[in-house]
Design a protein around this ligand. Structure first.
Ligand code: NAD
Ligand code: UDP
Ligand code: UDP
Length: 336
């Protein structure tokens, strides 16, 4: 891990221009699932001003409704593939659809968002002297041949597959981050996020946890994609947000894995959801999609050592919190 020495503080440029000690923080993709939880946490600190830039492709204003109108908050309808001229001290760059059905819907746009979007945010960071954090993904490891995955693993990625717009897009985004760091001295942070779940996930976005919970609540069969023995590790969103903020505030560039090392097969996940939420539903096997990684589990040694971070919320404790949110949104009451 490369390190930079400067502690977090307003960028010198903006500090001298406006002389104020507030941190002005841009969150791209802040109307999305992870972004809106990050905004909630950043807004708790009265020294932070938060600006969200989002094109609402997969996010919504509803996720931020409690902040709209707040004096320290601004929401801009903006597509990161276009240049953005504002003055900020830190950039959390999340803008990018994260669910396979959305990122495959317009793959060229997904590539543009990852490449041109990240280039623009780096250009902005360079112009104003801001520190920038990229939310990369465990998908950079592809269908991994090393298990669990440490940051030093270079991955096993198909460059021409249907997922490539996302995973190769994020790989280029990481490359751009390091090139701006080496060439222009930009302060960068890269998080490689593993599967994350929690309230406000899109209900029908095809991701496994949201699918299973919505299916269980609607009394539909839980659709396990074959073979069902593929594994994932699920991190609750509050833990993830805590990791992102620690990474941004600390001295390490990363890349650093952020995820929960608890590993489950999709059959185990379906059985757990069934047991906790609706024992009456069936589990059925359906066809899988191409290039689905067979196993995935983060090696979080670095996050523990460098950020003093590890997830606290277990799957069995996080699922009910998400269930509550999905019940409200789907209008399904708990059986007495
Ligand atoms: P999300 O789809 O809920 O949020 C993404 C947000 O970005 C949405 O609000 C969307 O409208 C916005 N957006 C998309 N394209 C944009 C563009 N061109 N310009 C401006 N805004 C745009 O997804 P999420 O789960 O909150 O993911 C956030 C970030 O975390 C993404 O970068 C994703 O790749 C990364 N990530 C997420 C996971 C996960 O499990 N959720 C795992 C690994 C990495
Ligand atoms: N950019 C931006 N906001 C800024 C500064 C730059 O969106 O405040 C964009 C700019 O339009 C360019 C990209 O970031 O497309 C890269 O900028 P950089 O200055 O690094 O490169 P150049 O403009 O010299 O190609
Ligand atoms: N999956 C499943 N049933 C579903 C949706 C997904 O069994 O209804 C499986 C999918 O095949 C994959 C895992 O769950 O092995 C995680 O898929 P998801 O799309 O949530 O995330 P990613 O593939 O990006 O890790």
């Amino acid at each position: 891990t490369t390190t930079t020495k400067t502690p977090p503080s307003p960028s010198p440029l903006r500090f001298s221009k406006f002389f104020q000690s507030n941190m002005r923080i841009l969150v791209t993709g802040g109307a999305g699932f992870i972004g809106s939880h990050l905004v909630d946490r950043l807004m708790e600190n009265e020294k932070n001003e938060v600006i969200v830039a989002d094109n609402y492709f997969t996010g919504s204003k509803d996720n931020l409704k409690k902040w709209i109108g707040h004096p320290r908050f601004e929401l801009i309808r903006h597509d990161v593939t276009e240049p953005l001229l504002i003055e900020v001290d830190q950039i959390y760059h999340l803008a990018c659809p994260a669910s396979p059905i959305f990122y495959k819907y317009n793959p060229v746009k997904t590539i543009k968002t990852n490449v041109i979007g990240t280039l623009n945010m780096l250009g902005l960071a360079k112009r104003v002297g801001a520190r920038i954090l990229l939310t990369s993904t465990s998908e950079v490891y592809g269908d991994p041949l090393v298990h669990p995955q440490p940051e030093s693993y270079w991955g096993n990625v198909n460059p021409i597959g249907v997922r490539s717009c996302y995973d190769e897009g994020k790989r280029v985004a990481e490359t751009l981050m390091f090139d701006y760091h080496r060439q222009h001295g930009i302060e960068i942070r890269i998080a490689r996020i593993f599967n994350t779940y929690g309230p406000r996930m899109n209900i029908d976005d095809g991701r496994v946890v949201s699918n299973f919970i919505a299916q269980a609540l609607r009394g539909e069969s839980l659709t396990v994609q074959s073979p069902g023995t593929q594994t994932r590790s699920f991190c609750y969103v509050s833990d993830l947000v805590d990791g992102l903020i620690r990474l941004m505030e600390g001295p390490n560039t990363g890349p650093i894995n952020l995820g929960n090392p608890g590993e489950f097969t999709m059959i185990e996940l379906a059985e757990t959801v069934k047991e906790l939420i609706n024992p009456d539903v069936e589990i059925k096997m359906v066809e899988n999609t191409p290039d689905d990684p067979k196993q995935r589990k983060p090696d979080i040694t670095k996050a523990k050592e460098l950020l003093g971070w590890e997830p606290k919320v277990k799957l069995r404790d996080g699922l009910p919190l998400m269930e509550e949110n999905f019940r409200l949104r789907l209008g399904v009451d708990k059986k007495k």
